[in-house]
Design a protein around this ligand. Structure first.
Ligand code: NDP
Length: 291
């Protein structure tokens, strides 16, 4: 049986440490990190995510500013709000919950956020800096995955990593981060041939495809570390439940270590959002950010 990587426990420890750092900033530097979250529309899943992010920010001692805009909001109104937040010294991090309604150009909105306050790490300047090995705000989900991998495996240098999925928010930045850690990285996607065989090569397998239980037991190299990013809602026995992109019961027979869904990558994503907000605050005030 494989080791279960407890993302919930890791995230709780990380949030505790962030809370301590926030306390120090407030006490010694009289600065309170501020997180602004913008939600457009009434998508129920997005509402839950936004509520969780705001609650956890407050629990860590940060200021949380929430903006809820109607689904029909004109793009210019959203851009105006972002501009105001860019200039607001009490706001250190800005997050626009995706997806956005069709009248709004997502790329335009992301580019409107000041890169120093782009705690999601989606701005092209941050993406480019990460891709070229420099400093940039790292997207929260891949950062959470990397934190769990380093905790589990220590040095990742020389390991064969396969990232399943090539989205801008998970797959591509994950591949950049693993490359930076000196892994040999393969990015697989819907056009990849002999996908199972590609996955079987991996010492580290990160699955981010959004397909329930796609990765089967025999896709996994014995002893591999498997990070399951997927969050899929399925109907079973008349109830809705969450499953990942990995067939958990099968995978735990062969993997060396594995993240569960829920309770794996999900909690780390929010904790890393708080970490990015703390880092953005420190950088905006020229305060060294503790490693
Ligand atoms: P996207 O839909 O943007 O990307 C999915 C990727 O998977 C694409 O690159 C696609 O390939 C590839 N893919 C789809 N089907 C297959 C297949 N059958 N075989 C091989 N590759 C396939 O998804 P995201 O990256 O945004 O999210 C992925 C999953 O992670 C989702 O379940 C999402 O809910 C979850 N997620 C979880 C987070 C967390 O905090 N835990 C945060 C963000 C996402 P192609 O490019 O060729 O179309």
């Amino acid at each position: 049986m494989s080791i279960l990587i407890d993302g919930k426990a890791h995230a709780a420890r990380l949030r505790e440490e962030i809370g301590r750092q926030v306390g120090r900033l407030r006490q010694h530097d009289l600065i309170t990190p501020g997180l602004a979250v913008i939600l457009v529309g009434e998508d129920p899943a997005s509402q839950v995510y936004v509520r969780n992010k705001a609650t956890q920010a407050r629990e860590a001692g940060m200021s949380s500013f929430e903006y809820r805009l109607a689904d029909s909001v004109p793009q210019i109104q959203l851009l105006d709000l972002i501009e105001r937040l860019n200039c607001d010294p009490e706001v250190h991090g800005i997050l626009v919950q995706l997806p956005l309604p069709p009248q709004v150009d997502e790329a335009r909105v992301i580019q409107a956020i000041c890169p120093a306050k782009d705690i999601d790490g989606f701005h092209p300047i941050n993406v480019g800096n990460i891709a070229t090995g420099g400093y940039g705000m790292v997207p929260c989900t891949p950062l959470g995955c990397l934190t769990l991998l380093k905790f589990q495996l220590g040095d990742l240098s020389g390991k064969r990593a396969v990232v399943l999925g090539r989205s801008n928010i998970v797959g591509k930045p994950m591949a950049s981060l693993l490359l930076k850690e000196h892994c040999t990285v393969t990015v697989a996607h819907s056009r990849t041939r002999q996908l199972e065989e590609v996955c079987r090569q991996a010492d580290i397998l990160v699955a981010a495809v959004g397909r329930p239980c796609l990765v089967k037991e025999d896709w996994i190299k014995p002893g591999a570390t498997v990070i399951d990013v997927g969050i899929n809602r399925i109907e079973a026995d008349g109830r809705t439940r969450l499953v990942g992109d990995v067939d958990f019961e099968g995978a735990r027979k062969v993997a060396g270590a594995l993240t569960p869904v829920p309770g794996g990558v999900g909690p780390m994503t929010i904790a890393c959002l708080l970490l990015n907000t703390l880092e953005a605050t420190c950088r905006q005030h020229d305060i060294p950010f503790p490693d």
